[in-house]
Design a protein around this ligand. Structure first.
Ligand code: DGT
Ligand code: CA
Ligand code: CA
Ligand code: ZN
Length: 603
């Protein structure tokens, strides 16, 4: 549905350029709304574009937008888009992606100071002239500088949750190719890293040339970078909107379709395990394995684990030496005297000394969601829909945790609305059997660490997730004090997305994590791994620290819409990267144990 994708991109871009030109808000909104509508459509609009009425019948598409879609179908472009693009410098649109810079401000920077791109913005920050503009105080400018510094570190690595579905589609495609006997993805993606540089795919094939050809001619391939006998590399086009910010510094063209590099390697069936191990990495983990092999008089490469033969020249496989192990990863680890190391742990963080194989958390262990929003605040699901979806996933408990009153833009609930919600929940409990619906809140942790509802309200709820949402650029000391104060509240069960970071977008809080862990243990508070792939907060290294300190962890999807439940896997991957054992994660507990634990602080 490349037509829908192009339509969304162009309409969004039109809305942004209109904003920068200060045009009529209703017009801007009509384009933005149409773009959102089309994003959510499952039918291909190109098929409808011959029929104006069919287009305007779609809620969110008016007659003017319909004409533009027809124009796009007929000519491949929208003339209004082109005339706007002639007026608005492309670098300016990208500035909108910097947190703290709204359209009004960017417009002002452009009109009053001639700023047209990031370099221009940095120049007026440096010479201080930005401070002469209205609403541009020292604090606001410092915030923008920080956002710029952070965004400049953005390496263009892809979010885990964007890369994973792409890799799965490719794996599925390669499976369907005649003569392909094995397919999997490896690399950082298999290790569940929060961002991915490129996607690595391994296959076994009767005919490597056919497999390579099939890979390079996938419809989404936008460029072929390499086409060797056993190795191919392509750039694969993405349908997701990565935001304007991701393009800065790479291609000056905000219109260009985002893409990711995918490497394919065709490997021999007999050395599948060795190849999988090698290309899963990490590089540092592989180095440790090779060191260990050498100490045992063995040599490890992507073809197998071989007896070391220092005299001979050339690789062991080229001399027809039989490997000690090669077919499976398990065989190779075993031959090295090691238990199987799950991919998520292969980061050279001490995993080779791991003895006990107490069960790491797995996706199927999770039986409760403790952080979910409904239409009462900024969620898209009605209470009953939310409960039904949680039940479908086999959960025994779903906690409804809409936003608290300070989160005004997110539709935060006043105490009065919170009380009314209790009645709706009680009605839903009557209707829906087989799942416990808890009434909770995602209560804002305000900048000073106080919470957004009074203690009597927090006590009255069934569960409290306390999260920082605003003031996320405060200094580490203030951030520590803030989180400790929230943890100390006698009614808080979980700290939601503790740092508030957004991967590649916002650094978030930087508190003294050891103090946070100690307080969480003392006050019996679980720290959340927010499973959304933009957050993954706690991050893997924080989870590791928390687990080592002895904290409880919650893995929550922070559900806003049905699809968010599927993010759970990313939270679990992150937990595993932090060596999270099943029993330390409260979402794996039985209903009885979980409700008992929550109940200590409520009712
Ligand atoms: P990425 O793509 O930056 O997110 O990270 P990886 O870990 O997927 O790295 P990538 O794609 O460069 O290579 C995939 C794996 O292949 C890597 O984890 C280990 C292995 N590998 C690739 N190149 C080398 C190398 O030069 N030496 C060693 N020891 N291993 C390598
Ligand atoms: Ca890779
Ligand atoms: Ca690679
Ligand atoms: Zn939330």
């Amino acid at each position: 549905m490349s037509f829908n994708r192009d339509a969304v991109r162009l309409l969004k871009n039109i809305a942004e350029m209109m904003e920068l030109l200060g045009e009529n808000p209703f017009k801007i909104n009509a384009h933005a709304r149409a773009a959102r509508t089309i994003e959510g459509l499952s039918q291909d609009l190109r098929a409808l574009a011959a029929d104006r009425t069919a287009l305007t019948d779609i809620e969110g598409i008016g007659p003017k937008i319909a004409d533009k879609l027809i124009e796009l179908a007929e000519t491949g472009n929208i003339s209004e888009h082109q005339s706007l693009a002639a007026k608005v410098p492309p670098g300016l649109v990208r500035l909108l992606g910097i947190p703290g810079l709204g359209p009004k401000t960017v417009r002002l920077l452009w009109q009053e100071r001639g700023v047209t791109d990031l370099a221009g913005l940095k120049a007026i920050i440096e010479d201080g002239s930005i401070l002469e503009l209205p609403r541009m105080g020292k604090k606001a400018v410092e915030k923008i500088s920080r956002a710029i510094r952070f965004a400049e570190q953005d390496t263009g690595r892809l979010h885990l949750g964007v890369a994973m579905p792409v890799a799965e589609t490719i794996v599925q495609h390669m499976h369907s190719i005649e003569g392909v006997t094995r397919v999997t993805f490896a690399g950082s993606l298999r290790r569940g890293q929060e961002t991915i540089g490129d996607i690595d795919v391994l296959v076994c094939a009767d005919d490597p040339a056919t497999a390579g050809e099939a890979f390079r001619t996938m419809p989404e391939v936008v460029a072929v970078l390499a086409a060797g006998e056993t190795k191919s590399s392509v750039r694969y086009g993405l349908d997701v909107d990565l935001g304007r910010w991701n393009f800065e510094g790479k291609s000056g063209d905000a219109e260009e379709r985002p893409s990711v590099q995918v490497d394919l390697r065709v490997v021999p069936e007999a050395s599948w395990g060795a190849a999988l191990m090698y290309f899963t990495g990490s590089k540092q983990h592989n180095v440790r394995l090779r060191e260990r092999a050498l100490k045992q008089g063995l040599t490890l490469n992507e073809y197998g684990l071989f007896p070391e033969d220092r005299e001979a020249k050339g690789s062991p496989q080229s001399r027809g030496i039989e490997p000690v192990a090669a077919a499976t990863e398990e065989d190779i680890y075993a031959a090295l005297g090691l238990p199987f190391v799950p991919p998520e742990l292969r980061e050279d963080r001490g995993e080779l000394t791991l003895e006990a194989t107490s069960p790491l958390i797995e996706l199927g262990d999770v039986r409760a969601e403790l952080h979910a929003h409904t239409t009462e605040s900024d969620g898209k699901l009605e209470l009953a829909e939310l409960a039904a979806l949680a039940k479908d996933r086999g959960f025994h408990t779903i906690a409804v945790t809409d936003h608290s009153k300070s989160a005004a833009i997110a539709g935060g609930l006043t105490v009065k609305r919170l009380r009314a919600q209790r009645e709706a929940i009680e009605a839903a409990r009557e209707e829906i059997e087989g799942i416990t619906i808890l009434h909770g809140s995602e209560v804002d942790i305000l900048a000073d660490g106080s919470l957004d509802y009074d203690d009597d309200i927090l006590a009255w709820l069934d569960v409290v997730v306390a999260s920082p949402h605003a003031a996320l650029s405060q200094d580490p000391k203030a951030a520590t004090t803030r989180l400790l104060r929230a943890i100390e509240n006698p009614h808080v069960n979980v700290i939601g997305h503790p740092t508030g970071r957004l991967i590649n977008k916002r650094a978030g809080l930087d508190p003294a994590m050891d103090e946070v862990f100690a307080a969480a243990i003392e006050h019996d508070v679980a720290l959340e791994i927010n499973a959304h792939w933009l957050r993954l907060d706690l991050r893997d290294t924080h989870v590791r620290g928390a687990v080592e300190a002895g904290c409880l962890i919650a893995i929550n999807c922070d559900v806003h819409r049905a699809a968010d439940f599927a993010n759970l896997r990313y939270g679990v991957l992150t937990g595993r990267r932090g060596w999270l054992l099943r029993e330390r994660c409260v979402n794996t507990w039985s209903a009885k144990k979980l409700h008992g634990w929550l109940g200590q602080k409520h009712g």
